[in-house]
Design a protein around this ligand. Structure first.
Ligand code: ADP
Ligand code: ASP
Ligand code: MG
Length: 436
């Protein structure tokens, strides 16, 4: 039996939802469906989730979200009219508007795109709708309650009728709604796949599977036939936005394969993501992913290497500020700490620097921005000589200065840091060196 998650583009228009219907009804095994909020219909359109965040911001500023809500209302009313949906969508929209005006966090608002999608799609398919709030649970501290959730989802495993679940959110013990991080409907799909013991988790999107690199940076990159869970985690964490980086955790418990498929080209086999790709003929490099927006704190201190507790003291300063660290490349008397900008926002830099100064008294400390990280990932790297040389030569030939190099001992990836302005050029140069 299959769990099928459909992303924002698959929910964006009536034509796309009719494709979804055809895909689901063409295979009796496709009994569990997870839906995202409607995404962009054209490149300058706004995703419904972004409109909902804006509605909450409007409510905070003006006491009511009515302006933004009318844009959201127009989208769903049009969608329902085009699909011939009989449900009284205005009644649901009134309830959402009231809920946003009464809410005290953005999560309730953000979650309503998935909720309304599920209302629409369950009617189109003639399936039952189960609210994610009733099965996806969080603990008091806000962390996801995997085991309670799994028990609740498992109750639906033998359902005779097909079921549609809204993605992206669940419920806190105090009954409030909480969302996962952006793109989190992929995670919901993986949770449902585990709960109902699916044979496969199909993730339907708008591309023919996982590609070697971001198709927005390289024209028509090669597709990836098979990928291991570990490779997926590295690539998605490092920016391959096709799948949420946490998606593998629920499915890896029982080794459920993920199949990335294209709603707009359903005959393509897409990419299979498996516990292991041993025995498959895979290239040395499986994928290249990256992301901009990183901050580096660089420290120098003579004889740092011999100073017991140096790293711990630096890291405990960051811990006190609630910052998690991406990478820590070190030299004999130097240490760099790479953090994602997204976390450092709102924390005064001077305070971090002063606290580190106070903790370890370095000879020199500086903070720099606009670092892009690029991960070159593949199990094949472990047995292939010259992979690093090929990467560095490609970057040298492209005139790119490498600011950071990091290779994990598992030899699953090599990470390079470059200036943000060189990001797209670097990805293209590395891609061409291996696949050009
Ligand atoms: P959905 O709304 O279906 O969840 P997303 O927009 O989250 O879809 O993810 C699909 C998009 O991911 C693609 O349209 C593509 O632009 C982008 N993407 C980034 N990296 C890759 C990659 N390596 N392979 C395929 N798509 C990628
Ligand atoms: N709608 C949410 C977002 O835009 C979740 C998802 O699409 O997966 O992030
Ligand atoms: Mg997505």
């Amino acid at each position: 039996m299959k769990v099928c998650k459909f992303g924002g583009t698959s929910m964006a228009t009536a034509a796309a939802i009719n494709r979804v219907k055809k895909i689901i009804l063409s295979d009796k095994e496709r009994r569990f469906v997870v839906v995202s909020a409607p995404g962009k219909r054209y490149s300058h359109d706004t995703k419904v989730t972004d409109l909902l965040y804006a509605a909450y911001a409007e409510k905070c500023e003006k006491g009511s979200c009515s302006n933004t809500m009318s844009a959201i209302r127009a989208r769903f009313v049009e969608l329902c009219a085009d699909l011939g949906v009989k449900a009284d969508i205005n009644k649901y929209l009134d309830e959402v508007e009231k809920g946003i005006n009464e809410s005290t966090s953005a999560d309730y608002a953000a979650s309503r795109g998935e909720y309304l999608s599920a209302v629409v799609v369950s009617e189109v398919l003639g399936f039952e709708m189960v609210d994610a709030a009733d099965v996806i649970k969080f603990k008091h501290d806000g962390t996801f309650d995997a085991e309670l959730t799994n028990d609740l989802v498992a109750r639906y495993a033998n359902s005779e009728k097909g079921i549609v679940f809204p993605g992206f959110y669940g419920r806190m013990p105090d009954k409030s709604i909480k969302t996962f991080t952006r793109g989190g409907s992929d995670f919901t799909g993986a949770i449902i796949a585990r709960g109902v013991a699916a044979d496969v988790y199909e993730n339907w999107t708008d591309v023919n599977g996982f590609m070697v690199t971001d198709p927005r940076l390289v024209d028509s990159p090669k597709g990836i036939e098979v990928l291991s869970y570990e490779e997926l985690r590295e690539l998605s964490y490092m920016g391959a936005s096709v799948l949420h980086p946490d998606s593998i955790f629920p499915v890896q418990i029982d080794g459920i394969p993920i199949n990335i498929r294209n709603t707009f080209d359903p005959d393509q086999p897409g990419t299979m993501i498996l516990p292991s790709t041993e025995g498959y003929d895979t290239p040395c490099i499986t994928g290249i992913a990256g992301r901009k927006g990183n901050t580096t704190i660089s420290l120098k201190k003579a004889m740092m290497n011999g100073e017991i507790g140096f790293c711990r003291k630096v890291l405990s300063v960051l811990e006190r500020h609630g910052l998690s660290v991406e990478h820590i490349p070190t030299g004999i008397d130097t240490m760099s700490i790479v953090l994602s900008d997204f976390q450092t926002k709102g924390i005064p830099e001077k305070k971090i620097i002063d606290d580190i100064r106070g903790a370890v008294n370095p000879d020199h400390i500086e903070i720099s921005h606009s670092l892009a990280l690029i991960a070159i990932v593949g199990h094949g790297m472990a047995n292939t000589l010259g992979t690093a040389a090929k990467i560095f030569t490609a970057l040298y030939n492209a005139g790119v200065n490498i600011r950071l190099i990091d290779q994990g001992s598992s030899e699953l990836n090599i990470i390079v840091g470059v200036e943000e302005k060189d990001y797209a050029l670097s990805i293209a140069a590395i891609y061409n060196a291996f696949f050009g």
